[in-house]
Design a protein around this ligand. Structure first.
Ligand code: ADP
Ligand code: MG
Length: 559
């Protein structure tokens, strides 16, 4: 049987594709700039391969020009250009990527920095333009060609004049409609912002003619208009620089520029990983709790770059919930992107990076705790609660990561201490890690239940956060020591001489206790003589898993 070819209504297909794969129209500029950058990368590669030629960096750039009067936006590059055949193949065939082919042809192992791979980005320009006019002259060729298309109707190719090697794309920007505004893509400030957002770290200069006003020379009170060519992008991303070249101030500037927060970071980690997962990252721990941090509105995530091009603003998969306060970015060359390059396929690479990052954050926090206690305490004040939630959630499966990062107020030290510090101070006869829960340090100090333990000379941890006791229940034991509430029935303290007295008291006051039990029948289970009281006449104690404080919290929770 003869095989038939699929037919596609290419007009519809193009429209469907353009309008369904991208969520943000502004992305067209990222795509065209990425193509221009690829084209320069390719000429760079060719020049390097040809020993006769020198690559003079000065001559390689991308130029963006907006012309409001004619409604055109022009993206010109000094890259490798396209021959007539390449125009046909690359811009005439949807999903044909000349860049992917180039990588294969030249057996470029790591693909260098070439971005293109899907062969669709170019057409995204039709989201904002009615007409695209491409003039191009290929490296090593004397002929130049013009490709033109109104999108759906196909395209034309004809010879044209062009002085220099490279490609120029002239977009005729759509008119505004009732529902859609396109004028913004002719505005200098808007274009600059889009370039900064997505293409700041393209390695070649992206230039624009910028207009401004300045005081006229010789006449202070008069202004004059001027126009100058500016490079809009920063080119070298800070994360590719050597750590030794960078100061704390550089990192702080980056934090501010990126608007990760309006405070200062307490600390940062700069990661250059080239093990199983190859990536660069800069992570920050903010000083203050963002105002919406403990609400549903707060969105965790790191910025994700692929080869210096921004892919996602907040990639949530890179951070566990208990480290959701971390800000920063990750750049990796080997991510599998989806076709719009706005999202990732869930891949092994990403989970590897995430795991790696989690460990780095943990060790950064541990060294902060060890070497810069004050800063750690500031951090803990802002985000300690999140760590405790982390211990509690997922049935305590994260306790190994987190338990050494926890701190509680200590009855003897009168400050925050870690569990490790507590245990290392425990006298030999002390069996348990004691804690007392209450609203505040002041309140807990007054609790009659603490007296006996304190009297024995044992340290008590004060739990003032609702979550504390729940988190501890998940940890269960720390360094083989169990936790014990000072209000639990059996404190595990060796009986002393007083013990016989309580038995006597028990007998002497039998009638009184019975009477009290009768009156408090629906409130208490038992009334008995206690050996833990010193200056207080009476106290409450519990049996079983739940303590009084936990019961209070559970009762207060909505069902
Ligand atoms: P991709 O970049 O994923 O390959 P595009 O649709 O963005 O897909 O571009 C298709 C192809 O057109 C590119 O692979 C490249 O070969 C060619 N191309 C696009 N823009 C340029 C340019 N400015 N200079 C040279 N070639 C280009
Ligand atoms: Mg592309």
């Amino acid at each position: 049987m003869a095989k038939k070819q699929f037919k596609a209504e290419s007009k519809r297909l193009l429209e469907m594709m353009i309008n369904s794969i991208y969520t943000h129209r502004e992305i067209f500029l990222r795509e065209l700039i990425s193509n221009a950058s690829d084209a320069i990368d390719k000429i760079y590669y060719k020049v390097l391969a040809d020993n006769q030629l020198v690559f003079d960096k000065e001559n390689y750039f991308i130029k963006i020009t907006a012309d409001k009067a004619n409604r055109t936006l022009t993206i010109a590059d000094t890259g490798i250009g396209m021959t007539k055949e390449e125009l046909e193949n690359n811009l005439g065939v949807i999903a044909q990527s000349g860049s992917l082919a180039f990588k294969k042809e030249n057996e470029m192992q790591d693909g260098h920095n070439i971005i293109g791979q899907f062969g669709v980005g170019f057409y995204s320009a039709f989201m904002v333009a009615d007409v695209l006019t491409v003039t191009t002259k290929a490296f090593g060729s004397d002929e130049a060609y013009k490709w033109e298309s109104k999108g759906a109707d196909g395209y034309t190719i004809e010879p044209c004049e062009k002085d220099s090697v490279g490609t120029t794309i002239i977009m005729t920007i759509k008119d505004n409609t009732e529902d859609d505004q396109y004028d913004e893509y002719l505005e200098e400030y808007r274009l600059k912002a889009i370039i900064k957002k997505y293409s700041d770290f393209i390695r070649y200069p992206i230039k624009m003619d910028v207009k401004g006003q300045r005081p006229k020379e010789g006449a202070d009170d008069e202004l004059e208009e001027y126009q100058e060519e500016q490079t809009v992008n920063s080119m070298v991303p800070i994360w590719r620089k050597n750590k030794s070249e960078l100061t704390d101030a550089d990192y702080e500037n980056f934090y501010n520029e990126k608007r990760y927060g309006y405070d200062k970071p307490i600390t940062h980690v700069h990661i250059k990983a080239d093990g199983a997962a190859v990536y660069n990252a800069i992570l920050f721990i903010p000083e203050n709790t963002p105002f919406d941090y403990y609400t549903k509105e707060y969105e965790k995530g790191l910025e994700l770059y692929s080869n210096g091009v921004l892919i996602m603003n907040k990639c949530a998969d890179l951070l566990p919930d208990y480290f959701s306060f971390v800000k920063g970015m990750v750049d990796s060359e080997d991510l599998s992107l989806n076709i719009s390059r706005e999202m990732l396929q869930h891949d092994r690479q990403l989970s590897l990076i995430a795991k790696n990052i989690k460990n780095k954050i943990k060790s950064q926090l541990q060294s902060l705790l060890k070497d810069e206690r004050e800063k750690y305490e500031q951090f803990y004040k802002s985000f300690g609660r999140q760590l405790k939630y982390g211990v509690y959630s997922e049935y305590g499966s994260n306790k190994d990561v987190l338990q050494d990062l926890l701190m509680f107020y200590s009855s003897t030290e009168k400050k925050l201490v870690t569990l490790d510090e507590y245990v290392s101070r425990m006298p030999e006869d002390q069996k348990f890690i004691y804690y007392a829960a209450g609203e505040s340090v002041e309140r807990i100090e007054k609790l009659p239940q603490t007296e006996m333990v304190a009297d024995k000379g044992y340290e008590i941890l004060y739990f003032t956060d609702d979550i504390d006791e729940f988190a501890i229940k998940m940890i269960m034991t720390y360094k083989e020591k169990e936790f014990k509430s000072v209000s639990s029935g059996d404190l595990g303290i060796e009986p002393d001489a007083k013990d016989n007295e309580t038995a006597d008291e028990e007998n002497e006051n039998k009638e009184l206790f019975e009477a009290m039990k009768g009156i408090l029948a629906d409130k208490v289970k038992n009334v008995k003589a206690s050996k833990r009281l010193k200056t207080h006449p009476v106290c409450l104690s519990t049996e079983g898993e739940l303590t009084i404080e936990m019961e209070k919290i559970l009762k207060a929770m909505p069902n």
